[in-house]
Design a protein around this ligand. Structure first.
Ligand code: IMP
Length: 178
């Protein structure tokens, strides 16, 4: 499918300002705690790289990769771990960093999986949260931006592995829905 970029939903300055706010909040909440930041590959990498540099307390980070079956733009909720954490998380404070929460199916699966490993605490920081009507999302303690229900790319988010390196978030237009 041929695609091109549409409206910029979140620009570079907005991202920077929000990350500074989130970093300050997280630094305060985890002061004196040995926080392990867990990034979801691949989409959360760009956000995580900026977020961790805005956190002033000492932290560690680790990564997990999942694949979710579905179409190019919709997840099915059937999730499989492709790369597990390198660290044990039992009795540790964990902050799961996600690029995007859409239906919440991926996040629900991950939370259930990580909770079964008995961390001391488990919270979520999502860069983007899609607003869908009638949807109950899992609890997200730190959310970057709420966005309308459009398919978006940039700042880590892809369409068929492309556009991840854009420094802003843009709506993706396809010939089908133009
Ligand atoms: P969920 O399981 O429906 O919440 O989808 C979560 C995953 O689907 C995210 O981690 C993204 O990788 C991907 N995703 C959902 N919506 C978008 C989008 O608009 N653009 C790019 N990826 C998306």
């Amino acid at each position: 499918m041929k695609t091109n970029l549409g409206e910029v939903l979140v620009n570079e300055n907005q991202i920077k300002e929000r990350i500074d706010e989130l970093g300050a909040e997280i630094s305060k909440d985890y002061e004196d705690k040995n926080l392990l930041v867990v990034g979801l590959l691949r989409g959360a990498v760009v956000f995580l790289a900026d977020l961790v540099r805005s956190i002033s307390t000492p932290i560690e980070f680790d990564f997990i990769a999942v694949s979710s079956y579905g179409t190019a733009t919709k997840t099915s909720g059937v999730v499989r771990i492709l790369k597990d954490l390198d660290e044990e998380i039992e009795n540790r404070h964990i902050l799961l960093v996600e690029d995007m929460v859409d239906t919440g199916l991926t996040l629900n699966y991950l939370l259930k999986n990580l909770r079964s490993r008995r961390p001391e605490s488990l919270e979520v920081c999502a860069f983007l949260v899609k607003q869908r009507e009638g949807q109950t999302l899992p609890f997200i303690k730190y959310a970057g931006f709420m966005i309308p229900d459009h398919y978006v790319v940039g700042y880590g988010l892809d369409y068929s592995e492309k556009y991840r390196n854009l420094p802003y978030v843009s709506v993706l237009k396809s010939e089908q829905n133009e």
